[in-house]
Design a protein around this ligand. Structure first.
Ligand SMILES: Nc1nc2c(ncn2[C@@H]2O[C@H](COP(=O)(O)OP(=O)(O)OP(=O)(O)O)[C@@H](O)[C@H]2O)c(=O)[nH]1
Ligand SMILES: [Zn+2]
Length: 203
């Protein structure tokens, strides 16, 4: 593979991965298309930075989020109520414009026999968020992953996010938030359970 693994003047920050020449060229083309000169000093290293940044934004493609749920605990002192992690910040990118989606998620489940370390719920969210997404699919993927792997009695996922494709361009509506939810099991079928989980989430 051709590319630039150890660019001398990019010495700080995260370890530098090699960037294939065609990827850097694509960024140069985009800069030129945007109206600037990719050979001017301030933009010389930008193609490498952008390419590496995209590997971070898209880190989810290199992981299988379900694996975060493989270590479960079956003995949690008879706890059989809702477990909720809320206000989980996340970042994603919309698949239509490659623009940032910045939001917060609330993820709840009513355990069956399996309970998972609480950080794992956020790991599952990030595993799906660090891909090109639409918010509806992100919401569904997180809920389905928990449903299939923890076999709980219910799963509820609510995501609120701001889409830069709506705030920084296009319709131009800063501050507008999109809300999506997915309810499964008791949270879908039983109105009291759904009300309880939504109240715990603050809705
Ligand atoms: N349902 C949904 N739509 C999204 C999401 N992210 C972006 N969009 C929308 O995707 C649509 C793409 O519409 P197009 O008409 O193909 O693209 P566009 O001409 O750039 O549209 P505008 O954003 O209205 O300028 C836009 O309405 C976006 O607001 C998302 O997560 N879910
Ligand atoms: Zn978009």
């Amino acid at each position: 593979m051709t590319g630039s693994p150890d660019d001398g003047d990019l010495v700080s920050g995260a370890p530098k991965i090699a960037v294939p020449d065609d990827v850097a060229d694509a960024v140069r083309t985009l800069i030129r298309w945007a109206g600037d000169d990719p050979t001017r000093e301030g933009l010389i290293d930008t193609p490498l930075r952008v390419a590496r940044a995209w590997k971070e934004y898209a880190k989810g493609y290199t992981e299988e989020p379900a694996l975060h749920l493989s270590r479960t605990f079956e003995e949690v002192g008879g706890y059989d109520e809702i477990v909720l992690l809320k206000d989980i910040p996340f970042q994603s990118h919309c698949e239509h414009h490659l623009a940032p989606i910045i939001g917060r998620a609330a993820i709840a489940y009513l355990p069956g026999d399996k309970v998972v370390g609480i950080s794992k719920l956020a790991r599952v969210l990030h595993g799906f968020a660090r891909r090109l997404q639409v918010q509806e699919r992100l919401t569904a993927e997180v809920a389905d992953c928990i449903w299939e792997n923890l076999e709980p009695k219910g799963v509820a996922v609510v995501i609120e996010a701001s889409h830069a494709c709506m705030t920084a361009r296009g319709v131009g509506t800063p501050g507008v938030m999109m809300t999506t939810s997915r309810m499964m099991g008791c949270f879908r079928d039983d109105e009291r359970s759904r009300k309880e989980v939504l109240a715990l989430m603050g809705y």
